[in-house]
Write a protein that binds this ligand. Sequence first.
Ligand code: GDP
Ligand code: CA
Length: 310
Amino acid sequence: MITAIAGGVGGSRMLRALTGVVPPERVTAVVNTGDDVVLHGLHVSPDLDTVVYTLGGAANPETGWGRAGETWEAMGELRALSAGRLAWFNLGDRDLGTHLYRTSRLGEGAGLSEVTAEIARRWGVTTRVLPMSDDRVETRVGLAGGREVGFQEYFVGLRHEVEVEQVRFDGVEAARPAPGVLEAIAGADLVVVCPSNPVVSVAPVLAVPGVGDAVADRRERVVAVSPIVAGAALRGPADRLLTELGNEASAVGVARLWAPFAGTLVVDVADAGLAAEVEAAGMRCVVAPSIMSGPAESAALARVVLATAS
Ligand code: GDP
Ligand code: CA
């Protein structure tokens, strides 16, 4: 049994890789919900949707998020009506169906984990996909100059082109792990920390009371894959966020952050020269090609990750 801690694109790539080499029903994904946002009254869970769409074969292969074959009629109307003001966050027509369903079910009193299972079933996803919590946790980004914005305003609205001074997870102290999360971590043969953004994808999951300790308790069975390759994120702001918050944007910086709860770090071959420093930070270091550019590369990385358990 494998339990993976995941954000959106890096998380879903790793999950697709793992479920290609082990039976998907043996894998549980614990997914970040700090990015969740209510837009136009709809509850949007970007990382959960990226994971489910990817595992269900429904994701847009170009972007890695959103739906394949998407159309944008509703957005076009919204843009025209609001002179663009309300159309800063793109929601495709097909994707909107998911958000309408999630919002309706939550309104009926269902928990986010229950609704996520229903959406996963629609895509034939047999991997168990769990939100980190059914309770509201909201990643808030403190910008240089003092203004604080929601994660999506930072990431999409401001295209993460602004300097960040602080990140906090509003509501996390009162959040409870979603049903099954702690058991999935305690009972796993291997816990995988996916190559997801350390600051805004992995950190919120571990900040849910009980989850960080549950992972740390399994430290010798926890393997992480560095999302930073040759000093940079493959995409997105992970490298800048690390630097802005006082960490090193490198596999070594990731090792220093993750050593308290993960025993092994897989770093890319481009970072082979950092292996000694990763070990000095307190993690066993495994060097392997880590860029999941296609099915063969992904499967090879999944096998490297699995081999750390034996
Ligand atoms: P988001 O929620 O969509 O922003 O995605 P995540 O937090 O899951 O992942 C973003 C991080 O994944 C970025 O820092 C990327 O560098 C990293 N990433 C994406 N694909 C890969 C990959 O194939 N290999 C590795 N090592 N990192 C990846
Ligand atoms: Ca995300």
